[in-house]
Design a protein around this ligand. Structure first.
Ligand SMILES: NC(=O)c1ccc[n+]([C@@H]2O[C@H](COP(=O)([O-])OP(=O)(O)OC[C@H]3O[C@@H](n4cnc5c(N)ncnc54)[C@H](OP(=O)(O)O)[C@@H]3O)[C@@H](O)[C@H]2O)c1
Length: 344
């Protein structure tokens, strides 16, 4: 069994990790941290886990964590980069759900996250944890930067067009909608039911932290810099991301050619589901499942739209982190991740 720890077990991605890790056939959850709830039984705070664990929350003690095989950081940015060097030195693999190791340039990290990077020498060693696109790097690295939730949907949706050189690298648009759990579990007025219910609003239009992450990843895949307008919206729902992605083709392509391009890219991937051309995926179809569901449209020649949906807490966070664990330890990639989405 692979012995794992979760730092930040009381957040939304932390409790989602526990929901998926506790029944995982190859994993033993050995330590779950919370500074605020240390000593409390986990199932007293999260009754959905009753019968699945007798553990209590512990303090995030590096000396204990470094005895484990792998540690997930489900923490705000700034935490993993403080603790990762000691864990990696002890041979413990690190899967970080925060942004600490996603950007290769520490000055870009400092600009968007307001912190000086504490271990910039590790940035080049981190693998970007999008297994469908960076599988070999993930398998080789003991430090995995789990992508952001929006970047997962946007990158999977646009990557085939940019890798093939079919889409213009400028003028890309990602118009995205997210449920409120994307903002985490800490209290904020804008997330009150009375504020976010019965309401839709954009945010971060002039600049959002996920834009440099998406541009860096898609630029790597395209082999040249790309330019993206990323516009996120908060929706009155709990889980889910819907990304409507716009790209201009460099030369004419038929609908069949577009569909084949995506089919070849993702055909064997168990967690990317390409719908028939012209379909309309919905966030409900992926709720609770580690799936990115995609559909392609070409409403007029040369204008391609890709629709991508994920559950932000699963394929956008905890599920993808477990996919990375499976990849890293050579387990079957679907281990612990075969849940069907919840409907209705
Ligand atoms: N929510 C999403 O959909 C989503 C998707 C992808 C990625 N992410 C990223 O995943 C990370 C976690 O997100 P979340 O939404 O689960 O956050 P959250 O709900 O705010 O939870 C944060 C967790 O981190 C712990 N924590 C906070 N400061 C800490 C510190 N200094 N040392 C150790 N533990 C600390 C908290 O527990 P204590 O304070 O009790 O220790 C809590 O358990 C973030 O970096 C976020 O950007 C989130």
């Amino acid at each position: 069994m692979i012995r794992v720890g979760v730092v930040g077990g009381t957040g939304y991605t932390g409790v989602e990790l526990l929901r998926l890790l506790l029944p995982h056939p190859e994993v033993e959850v050995a330590l779950v941290s919370s500074r605020a709830e240390a000593g409390q039984r986990i199932d007293e705070i999260f009754p959905n886990l009753r019968g699945h664990t007798d553990l209590c929350f512990s303090l995030p003690d590096t000396n204990t964590l470094r005895q484990l095989d792998a540690v997930f950081f489900a923490t705000p940015h700034g935490v993993a980069m403080e603790m990762a060097p000691a864990l990696l030195a002890a041979g413990t693999r690190v899967i970080d759900l925060s942004a600490d190791f996603r950007l290769s340039d520490p000055s870009v990290y400092q600009h968007w996250y307001g912190l000086a990077h504490q271990c910039p020498e590790l940035l080049s060693k981190a693998a970007y944890g999008l297994p469908e696109l960076f599988g070999p790097e993930i398998a080789r690295s003991s430090l995995i930067a789990n992508p952001g939730c929006y970047p997962t949907a946007v990158t999977l949706g646009l990557a085939p067009l940019l890798m093939a050189g079919w889409a213009d690298s400028e003028g890309l648009i990602a118009d995205c909608k997210s449920g409120a759990s994307g903002a985490g579990r800490s209290a904020r007025i804008s997330l009150l039911l009375t504020e976010s219910g019965d309401n839709v609003a954009a945010y971060g239009v002039s600049g959002h932290r996920h834009r440099p992450e998406i541009e860096e990843t898609l630029g790597r895949l395209a082999g040249q810099p790309i330019q993206l307008q990323f516009t996120p919206h908060l929706m009155p729902m709990i889980r889910g991301i819907h990304a409507t992605l716009y790209a201009r083709l460099r030369s004419p392509r038929s609908n069949e050619e577009l569909q084949s391009l995506f089919q070849e890219c993702y055909g064997p991937e168990p967690f990317v589901d390409l719908l028939p051309f012209g379909s309309h995926p919905s966030t409900r179809s992926v709720r609770g499942a580690n799936i990115c569901r995609l559909a392609i449209h070409q409403p007029r020649p040369g204008q391609v739209l890709v629709l991508a949906v994920i559950d932000n807490l699963v394929k956008g966070a905890a599920g993808q982190a477990i996919q990375n664990l499976n990849h890293s330890f050579g387990l079957p990639i679907t281990a612990g991740l075969e849940q069907i989405a919840l409907l209705p």
